[in-house]
Design a protein around this ligand. Sequence first.
Ligand code: NAP
Length: 254
Amino acid sequence: MDFKCALVTGGGGGIGKALAHELISQGKKVIIVGRTESKLKQACKDIGAAADYVLDTGVVSEIPAFVRYLISEHPELDCLVNNAGVQRSLSVLDMAPEELLERADQEIDINARGPMHLTLHLMTHFKQKPQAIVINVSSVLGFAPFSLINLVYNGTKAWLHFWSINLRAQLEETGVKVVEIARPTVETDFHRERENPDDNKKDNNPNAQSVDEFIAEVRRRLVNGDETIGTGMSINIIRQWDESMGSVFTKLRT
Ligand SMILES: NC(=O)c1ccc[n+]([C@@H]2O[C@H](COP(=O)([O-])OP(=O)(O)OC[C@H]3O[C@@H](n4cnc5c(N)ncnc54)[C@H](OP(=O)(O)O)[C@@H]3O)[C@@H](O)[C@H]2O)c1
């Protein structure tokens, strides 16, 4: 947690706003980005973020220019929180391929390509710092894809999980640390496209965490220096993955 200044994607609402608030309360300078300017302005006012910028992280062609501007305005930037994400309900039986593909491609752009492009365009800058940190917000569904309606989402989060593992391994001799927060269901508006948008609320899902419960656990685990952070019901699933596939990775990695 020895960084000075963080960029939080999707910081205008949900967990991004809560994580940004948490970092600000720990004395960090925080910059937030998102697609909706009004949400960003309101969040800035609510939590005291240092700056906000409109950026669709899924439009990766805009990322190089954005990163150049960002670094020139905030040269102390030494933390990237890849939090922005979307979840689409997709059915291979009920949807026309064109519609499904359009929504799936956008989901892949936002959940996988955006974090990768932001990270790689910031890497030269981060490697010049004594230390820097990339925090990727993945999901328990990237470890066990049990929510079947998320035909593509689960794969984007599995991709983020594997990307985090390999990025961490390639950077292990540098000062750049890679942390993954593998979330369980948390009570936000994330399920807004579902038939029941409140199916991630505690009343409907006993495994859901409140935002405050989630942030309290993340705070403890970040301070502890954990590299893969599970909270609530994701702790046990991550442990099982670590004990089986994690140990295979450690043994066979070349
Ligand atoms: N909630 C859950 O149960 C759950 C579980 C596991 C993992 N996660 C992950 O946690 C992260 C945050 O989710 P959340 O629950 O906080 O969702 P949320 O309440 O929907 O907030 C997501 C935020 O991301 C922003 N965003 C979405 N697409 C963006 C894009 N292309 N470019 C920039 N900003 C974008 C949104 O802002 P705009 O509206 O302005 O686009 C919004 O502020 C996501 O990566 C999600 O996959 C969520």
